[in-house]
Design a protein around this ligand. Structure first.
Ligand SMILES: Cc1cc2nc3c(=O)[nH]c(=O)nc-3n(C[C@H](O)[C@H](O)[C@H](O)COP(=O)(O)O)c2cc1C
Ligand SMILES: O=C(O)C(=O)c1ccccc1
Length: 398
């Protein structure tokens, strides 16, 4: 893969400025949420920006990253840099993938295909949610050969689960990301206060409504009884009865890498390794599930220490800037997933908004590496960080 010079986005922006053109979206991605709040409808924005309980987990995610500070090193020849990494046997141009986010059609009519095209254009993996507004086969069409991962919400009916896995395989998805932290939806006040949940109107059901095994469980076609079809989805979706031995099903039905998303405890990471999994995503679902949960960045070093030599450790929840990615690498992640920022980019400017978000994150990461004395991600480690003694978690960066 040709090495990409991510920091060139900085030059490109200044050069465009000489022609009187400034970026359509802010380059400080922490500003995207506020812009989205102003420009998009209250229901969709509340659903995307909202989190569990009083929002303390989402704030803690930011605080745990902000509290850690980079200690730059000088005079280390950072002239030539290469951000590429191998993740689960896949060569990636940088330690970044787009996180699985459901129902993207509420943010932009171009929905998942726009985000998938943006990821493909930048060479970054796109992770398709089970609960997408576009069927997985359509994503395969728009992505061509580009790297794509499939996120499974493990349905109760094993025939539907098997069918999803077979379809994802046939559609060229390489890595299976199985989300464990959402067997039920948490208490989410912003959605509850507006009584807003997109999939109750059938939005985000594309994979289900095109699935033969799912449709076999309906007494009438979806077009004739949408309410019954949605009720069937709710009955299947999430299974709080599952336990670790059930993971054998995944190994039997997926021959590529399997990653468990939503692992926070080092003992769960060890159980994942014992179950023959290939990786974990240290994540608290962007603060959307357990209110009061440990911040994802605080859980990361202990998980990396427990299984870093056996499993691929990925990270998400709270990444907003290139220096956040640097910090996650230093805390033991091989690569990070980003959620809301790309969804805001999509909502504000479609495919080019998503590309802007990817390019900002990676330009900033490239420059942060260079200015901190690193030419490649692999040399970043715990010695590059200190914990800010004057910033107790939670006081800043919410
Ligand atoms: C609107 C929204 C929908 C999401 N849908 C899914 C989903 O369908 N499957 C999943 O595994 N995670 C889902 N997530 C969680 C993301 O994959 C990811 O863990 C989280 O967004 C990371 O935190 P961040 O938004 O702070 O980057 C969703 C997150 C958001 C914001
Ligand atoms: O809202 C979410 O965080 C999420 O993961 C989800 C769960 C069910 C359906 C759609 C999205």
């Amino acid at each position: 893969m040709a090495q990409q010079h991510w920091a060139d986005y900085q030059y490109e922006i200044y050069l465009n400025g000489m022609a009187g053109v400034v970026p359509r979206l802010p380059t400080d991605l922490t500003r995207l949420e506020e812009l989205t709040e102003r420009r998009l409808g209250a229901g969709p924005v509340g659903y995307v920006a909202g989190s569990a309980g009083n929002g303390s987990t989402a704030r803690a995610n930011r605080a745990a990253l902000e509290r850690r500070r980079i200690v730059p090193r000088m005079l280390r020849d950072v002239h030539e840099r290469d951000l590429s990494v191998a993740v689960l046997g896949r060569p990636l141009p940088a330690p970044l993938a787009l996180a699985p986010v459901g129902v993207l059609s509420i943010m932009h009519p171009d929905a998942e295909p726009a985000a998938a095209r943006a990821a493909a254009a930048q060479g970054v993996p796109f992770t398709l949610s089970s609960v997408s507004s576009t069927p997985m086969e359509r994503i395969a069409e728009v992505m061509g050969e580009a790297e794509r991962w499939f996120q499974l919400y493990w349905p109760k009916d094993p025939e539907v689960a098997r069918s999803f896995l077979n379809r994802a395989r046939a559609a060229g998805f390489s890595v299976l990301v199985v989300t464990l932290d959402t067997p039920l939806l948490a208490w989410r006040p912003r959605d509850l206060d507006q009584a807003y949940l997109p999939f109750l109107n059938g939005v985000g059901m594309a994979n289900y409504f095109t699935d033969p095994a799912f449709k076999a469980g309906l007494s009438k076609p979806v077009e004739e009884d949408l309410t019954a079809a949605v009720r069937h989805f709710i009955g299947l979706q999430g299974d709080p009865g599952k336990t670790w031995p059930d993971l054998a099903f995944l190994r039997e039905n997926w021959d590529g890498p399997v990653v468990l998303k939503g692992v926070l405890h080092p003992d769960d990471a060890r159980l994942a390794a014992e179950a023959g999994m290939d990786g974990v995503v240290v994540s608290n679902h962007g603060g959307r599930q357990v209110a009061g949960s440990v911040a994802a960045a605080d859980a990361l070093p202990r998980v990396a220490e427990a299984v870093g030599d056996r499993l691929t450790v990925l990270f998400d929840s709270g990444v907003r800037t290139g220096d956040d990615i640097f910090k996650a690498l230093a805390l033991g992640a091989r690569a990070v997933l980003v959620g809301r920022p790309y969804v805001y980019g999509l909502g504000l400017d479609g495919q080019s908004g998503v590309e802007h978000v990817i390019r900002c994150l990676l330009a900033e990461l490239d420059l942060t590496l260079a200015l901190s004395g690193h030419a490649v991600p692999g040399t970043v480690g715990p010695a590059d960080l200190v914990e800010d003694p004057v910033l107790p978690g939670g006081l800043r960066g919410a």
